[in-house]
Design a protein around this ligand. Structure first.
Ligand code: ATP
Ligand code: MG
Ligand code: MG
Length: 347
């Protein structure tokens, strides 16, 4: 079988490699850190930094196609890899989603609703932006943020200085606080042939900026679910995207507002492992390998719960629950805020 190269060896890379091997494909992981979660499930692993051009070249030549499980791959590494093998999803999707400012602008240009936003360079531009956007607002680093890291809430103009200081001078964006009734996401896939298949929207609950649960079906009217799926399709098609994407949306009184897009399999799509015949990981592998997409129809109602840090203290109890499907990432060390696994419960 063909070899799929995956940049990044975290839990997403691990679950992608399991899906690939089920399809008789080989997986080669490229990951700077030693012993990542995917090292146990991949066929081959290269442990080298993204600055190591020889390692990158050898990796690319060993693969038929290259995909990724996280967004922050240095541009020079991608330039080099792309000389040898196709990168799917496309570079444009990475470029846009790596930077919240670029992302918001691109989504707005596509005609989608996003939170009011402004480019923040210094205290003066923050003051101006706060006057226009108003409080409450959220100051976020433009790049490298995940699980709510690199964000500071501004409840009143007096909070501005502290919020800016907490970002340590990183380029930032100010976003108006969206008063949403719920958060949902669409996990969408697009094949090499341009066909799009979306999983049913899931309803997400976050705590301290980290996803805690995703529940399907989302408690939203059917028309809104259709709207969400159509928006996701529009995003993928505009990018000529190949692979799976997570599209995070806020449900508001004035319709759906796009929060962010992730050009990869997504934590809020983990429920598909037990709610669908074909899950998001297989769908992504099928897409990047040039296979037809599978049928991602949902056969069950599911609640996915992330197991984060001290949640692992409940592991024995969860394991004893009949029907609780456990997915653990094999991380040696439990740390507060660290995603250790998840559990899918049929409802
Ligand atoms: P992820 O781990 O999903 O990549 P992230 O660090 O990129 O997270 P966001 O998705 O931007 O962070 O924000 C995390 C959560 O904070 C959101 O899911 C939402 O609950 C809340 N949030 C973020 N931005 C806004 C906003 N403009 N208005 C209201 N709530 C927001
Ligand atoms: Mg994000
Ligand atoms: Mg998010």
């Amino acid at each position: 079988g063909a070899t799929i190269g995956i940049l990044g060896g975290g839990q997403l890379g691990r679950m992608l490699s399991v899906a690939a091997s089920r399809l008789g494909l080989h997986v080669h992981i490229y990951e700077p850190a030693a012993n990542p979660p995917a090292s146990e499930t991949a066929d081959r692993i290269t442990t080298a930094p993204y600055e190591d051009h020889d390692a990158l070249t050898a990796f690319a030549k060993d693969c038929d196609v290259i995909t990724y499980e996280f967004e922050n791959i240095p541009t020079e590494a991608l330039d080099l890899l792309e000389q040898h093998r196709p990168i799917r999803p496309c570079r444009e999707a990475l470029r846009i989603s790596q930077d919240r400012l670029t992302e918001k602008g691109w989504l707005a240009d596509l005609g989608l609703q996003v939170a009011p936003f402004a480019d923040i360079k210094d205290a003066a531009s923050l003051d101006t932006a706060l006057e226009r956007i108003g409080a409450p607002a959220i100051l976020k680093t433009r790049r490298f943020g995940y699980d709510g890291k690199g964000q500071a809430r501004i409840n009143a103009p007096e909070d501005a200085a502290d919020a800016l200081a907490s970002l340590n001078g990183a380029p930032a964006i100010l976003e108006g606080f969206v008063s949403f009734t719920r958060e949902i996401s669409v996990i969408a896939a697009r094949g090499l042939d341009g066909r799009v298949a979306c999983f049913d929207p899931g309803e997400n609950v976050h705590r301290e900026g980290i996803l805690r649960t995703t529940t399907v079906p989302a408690t939203i009217p059917h028309s809104l679910a259709t709207d969400a799926v159509l928006m996701a399709s529009r995003i993928l098609t505009a990018l000529d995207y190949v692979g799976v994407m997570g599209v995070e949306l806020f449900v508001t009184d004035t319709g759906l507002v796009v929060n962010e897009i992730a050009p990869r399999v997504h934590n809020s799509g983990h429920w598909t492992q037990n709610g669908c015949q074909i899950d998001q990981f297989e769908q992504h592998i099928r897409a990047v390998a040039g296979w037809p997409l599978g049928d991602g129809k949902r056969h069950s109602d599911v609640e996915m719960e992330n197991l984060i840090g001290e949640d692992m203290d409940r592991l024995a109890q969860i394991a004893a629950e009949p029907g609780a499907a456990l997915h653990l990432y094999g991380k040696a060390e439990t740390r507060p805020g660290r995603k250790m696994g998840h559990v899918n419960r049929l409802r």
